[in-house]
Each structure stands twice: as C-alpha cells, then as structure tokens.
Design a protein around this ligand. Structure first.
Ligand code: FES
Length: 121
C-alpha cells in the first residue's frame, strides 16, 4: 500500500523552529538566527511572516527597519517591501526580498528554509 501524504511529510521536515510566537509582537520586526541564516519575523494583523534579513538594494539589515502596516522599511536607504510577498513597494530597491513559508505549531513559529541542495541550486 502506498502511503498518501508522504510529500507533505517531506515538506514538513524542512520547517525549522525559529522562535516562540510570543517573541514576535504585533507590528514589530524581530531578527532570529537559525541554521546560519538571519530571518526576520514580522507580525501583521495577527499573522507572522518570515523574510531574509538582507535588503536587495545593498544588503541593508531589513530587520532593523520599521514595520509600517504590512511594509518593512530598510534602515539604510528607505526601500520598502511588502512582508507578505517580498514585493518592492518603494525604491531604491528593484528586486523582491526572499520570503519563507511560516506555520505555527504548539506555539512555535516554524519557517520553511531552503535546504542546502535548493540553496546551492
Ligand atoms: S540597502 Fe536597503 S535601501 Fe539601500
């Protein structure tokens, strides 16, 4: 008998606990290090989003920027990104920032990070 749902089981394996849900206050950005990567977690309207802590304009530390509604503003030159999609909403950045799928399990914020294979292409 073939086991159904094995694909979703594999996908679940890629979700890594990054923080406790209470460590991410509404309307603020927080930076966490996991697996050698810095991940920004933002809570907007009760939902947590994850993105890379690297601005696509010139590598600014996005997680040190302000969260304005659903946009995060880079502290370096003021580019803004939609934390829900990574899309640029204000120049000078031209490219979207990397975002990651998030799920909540038992109060833990789980983020699906690229595996080493995916990261190396
Ligand atoms: S490094 Fe982020 S706006 Fe320039």
């Amino acid at each position: 008998m073939t086991e159904r749902g094995s694909d979703s089981y594999m996908a679940k394996q890629c979700y890594i606990p990054v923080a406790r849900i209470e460590e991410v206050p509404e309307g603020q950005a927080r930076v966490f290090s996991v697996e050698g990567q810095e991940i920004v977690l933002c809570k907007v309207d009760g939902k947590i989003y994850a993105l890379a802590n690297v601005c696509t304009h010139d590598g600014g530390p996005l997680g040190e920027g302000k969260l304005i509604g659903c946009e995060i503003e880079c502290p370096r030159h003021g580019a803004r990104f939609d934390v829900r999609t990574g899309a640029v909403t204000r120049m000078p950045a031209a490219y979207p920032v990397q975002t990651y799928p998030v799920r909540i399990e038992d109060g833990a914020v789980m983020v699906q990070l690229p595996t080493e294979e995916q990261a190396s292409g």
